[in-house]
Design a protein around this ligand. Structure first.
Ligand code: PLP
Length: 309
């Protein structure tokens, strides 16, 4: 995101232009665009969400204009699980001449991703979300756009020839890889991708959908528990709050039972603001999770409730 904002963004976004994001974004797909807008005098616009945590597509008519240069959105929301209608948004963005940048961090490990079918221009994800090393990741972009973009950082490897007067930049992808790269991270990421590709991703996705349905029903039956984010199209996670139990306390008590959930604002503070919450608890499921584990989760939440009752 930072690379695209600081290269394609800086080269194409001017004073008075607009960058459109959604209210669901992780800070990492919000702050880089805010920084770009501050640097260029462009305006950041936000596609709002509704009470179920779905983007309000009907507002696109008003928010997507001839001034929109970039539309940046998540494929899957990390805080609520909402699957965003990327293909529809990308088609609408293209019609006004804007490029679409997709944050795929939460999608790649949970569903097959086809950038051509999505019709986006850039797609990025982090290695550690697909069982790979931290500090590694992938940026995919349309070749013509990548060719036209200036380099982001300078240093070794991104050059073909250097004199004091002039530097000729290297070809793709080296143009964007200044300095000694995270070689071990990339090898680890490659192994993680091979591991994922060895799975039946469609089958894994179907299993995760079944886990989501079971978890929504099981957790939804707990008194005083409210599920936050009930989008029609949702990935396998349940964000929730329990009246009278702070999410951090819940996380600690569940941890005693050997259950790892994430608690907090999930690096998506505007989403918490929308729901007027400081934090939620979030249980996310992967292909290796079981229905029995969801029963254990529910029992542990009930135990936490009884402690605070
Ligand atoms: C949707 C989403 N985008 C971006 C990120 C951030 O990834 P990174 O910390 O690798 O920049 C995360 C995870 O923390 C995420 O869930």
């Amino acid at each position: 995101m930072n690379l695209v904002a600081q290269t394609h963004g800086k080269a194409n976004v001017r004073m008075g232009d607009e960058v459109l994001i959604t209210e669901l974004e992780h800070h990492s797909n919000l702050v880089p665009w805010q920084m770009l807008c501050a640097q260029t005098g462009a305006t950041l616009r936000v596609l709002p969400i509704d009470d179920r945590g779905q983007v309000e597509l009907a507002r696109l008519d008003e928010l997507l204009t001839s001034r929109t240069r970039i539309v940046a959105l998540a494929h899957v929301s990390n805080s609520l699980g909402t699957v965003l209608p990327v293909a529809q948004v990308a088609a609408r963005a293209r019609a006004v001449g804007a490029v679409t940048v997709v944050d795929g961090a939460q999608a790649v490990a949970h569903m097959p991703v086809d950038v051509a079918a999505l019709g986006c221009d850039f797609y990025a994800f982090s290695g550690h979300k697909l069982y790979g090393p931290t500090g590694s990741g992938v940026l995919w972009g349309r070749r013509a756009l990548l060719e036209a973009m200036p380099p982001w950082q300078g240093g070794g490897d991104m050059i073909l020839a250097v004199t004091f007067g002039k530097t000729t930049y290297n070809s793709l992808p080296y143009k964007f890889e200044a300095g000694t790269p995270n070689i071990s991270g990339a090898i680890g990421l490659g192994a993680a991708v091979e591991f994922l590709e060895s799975l039946d991703l469609q089958g894994a996705h179907a299993h995760e959908e079944a886990l989501l349905a079971y978890a929504s029903e099981t957790l939804g039956a707990i008194d005083d528990l409210r599920i936050v984010g009930t989008a029609e199209d949702k990935a396998s996670l349940v964000s929730f709050v329990v009246a009278g139990v702070h999410p951090h306390d819940l996380g600690t008590i569940l941890d005693e039972d050997g259950i790892a959930i994430r608690t907090g604002h999930h690096c998506a503070m505007p989403v918490m603001d929308y729901f007027k919450l400081a934090a939620t608890a979030r249980a996310s499921f992967a292909f290796y999770n079981t229905f029995g584990e969801i029963d254990r989760l529910a029992a542990a939440i009930r135990r936490a409730r009884s402690i605070f009752a």
